[in-house]
Design a protein around this ligand. Structure first.
Ligand code: PAP
Length: 322
């Protein structure tokens, strides 16, 4: 059975009609397809192409871009809480962040409506997620005055998080997806929306060139000083915190979006499956720690990833990820 049910999955038994598409096994019977230099998990290939063909951001849109497992769910909760903070309703208590803030290629263009349900919100500001790399979606995002928020996370925690996430997807008795394989694939860039390093660097570079357009933040920075970055985000989004109780407002948002609080809402603890995703709501919340990779990656794996991090990040002036 394919990992996802409502979009076609291509495999050796069911090849993609365009046989020129380069494919690589990811795990079990799941494949990644090469698209414009990046590896896209096969069910997301067509939706990604549709985003590229069809999506036109509005100037008021806020786009949350990220590589998978780097803090997307957390940022969705934070952005929603910052932007709609005056609302009396508290939808985060009853709605999963991924449903409150849908992603382009994994939801809005995944379903048959082909992006028509982009009119999903009554709010003046649409917040939309995407994992599509800057090299593919950059021109589209630059075609309007929309704002982009990019979150990243150190490569080893991102990889460990992805490995755990995938373990929930399948019974791996006959064809296990080992940490060794996951590390090798990651180091070779064969990972959904990867290579990871090629995903992170252009968003970072653009945020340096045009800080009014792209806000770049790391998972670790948010963990260290959530208040500081929530204030910065609000300023970037043009809705700075004001008034006598502004410190309390910021504290409240940081607290309500913390792993401890967010992961304890019934909806986020639920083992039910969301409508368009084959993993339960609770699979987006594991432990949200920094450095948890130490519990899963062997020293030689850490060396292998660190060597690439030095070569890709440090050599280009981004001293991060080790
Ligand atoms: P996605 O790209 O599939 O949406 P994403 O939300 O980016 O996934 O990553 C999930 C990770 O964020 C999980 O990390 P872990 O496996 O290392 O635990 C998840 O626990 C973590 N996470 C989710 N919400 C929060 C939060 N509020 N604070 C900190 N970490 C969080």
């Amino acid at each position: 059975m394919p990992f996802i049910s409502n979009y076609e999955t291509f495999s050796d038994q069911n090849p993609h009609p365009d046989s020129t598409i380069q494919k690589q096994k990811w795990f079990s019977d799941e494949f990644l397809c090469k698209f414009k230099g990046f590896w896209i998990w096969s069910p997301y290939l067509e939706p990604t192409k549709k985003v590229v063909e069809d999506f036109k951001p509005l100037p008021s849109d806020v786009i949350l871009a990220s590589f998978p497992k780097t803090g997307t769910t957390w940022l969705k909760a934070l952005l929603y809480s910052i932007i709609f903070r005056s609302s009396k309703e508290k939808p985060l208590l009853f709605n999963h962040p991924h449903e409150l803030i849908p992603s382009l290629e994994t939801k809005l263009y995944l379903e048959e409506s082909n992006g028509k349900n982009l009119e999903f919100t009554d709010h003046k500001v649409r917040i939309l997620g995407t994992h599509i790399p800057y090299q593919i979606i950059g021109d589209i995002l630059n075609s309007s005055d929309c704002k982009i928020v990019y979150v990243t996370r150190n490569p080893k925690d991102s990889l460990a998080s992805l490995w755990h996430f995938v373990q929930k997807a399948k019974k791996f008795d006959e064809d296990p997806w080992t940490v060794e394989t996951a590390v090798d694939q990651f180091c070779n860039g064969v990972v959904p929306f990867g290579p990871y390093y090629d995903h992170v660097l252009p968003y970072r570079e653009e945020s340096w060139k045009r800080p009014w357009k792209i806000f770049f933040v790391t998972f670790e920075e948010l963990k260290e000083d959530g208040k500081k970055h929530v204030k910065r985000l609000a300023e970037f989004l043009g809705c700075p915190f004001e008034g006598e109780n502004k410190e309390e407002q910021v504290e409240e948002i940081v607290k309500n979006c913390s792993f401890e609080i967010l992961s304890n809402h019934e909806i986020n603890k639920s083992s039910e499956m969301p409508e368009c995703f084959p993993l339960p709501y609770n699979s987006f919340f594991r432990n949200g720690q920094v450095g948890d990779y130490n519990n899963y990656l062997k020293p030689e794996m850490i060396h292998q990833i660190d060597a690439i991090t030095r070569q890709k990040f440090h050599a280009s002036g981004f001293v991060y990820g080790i």
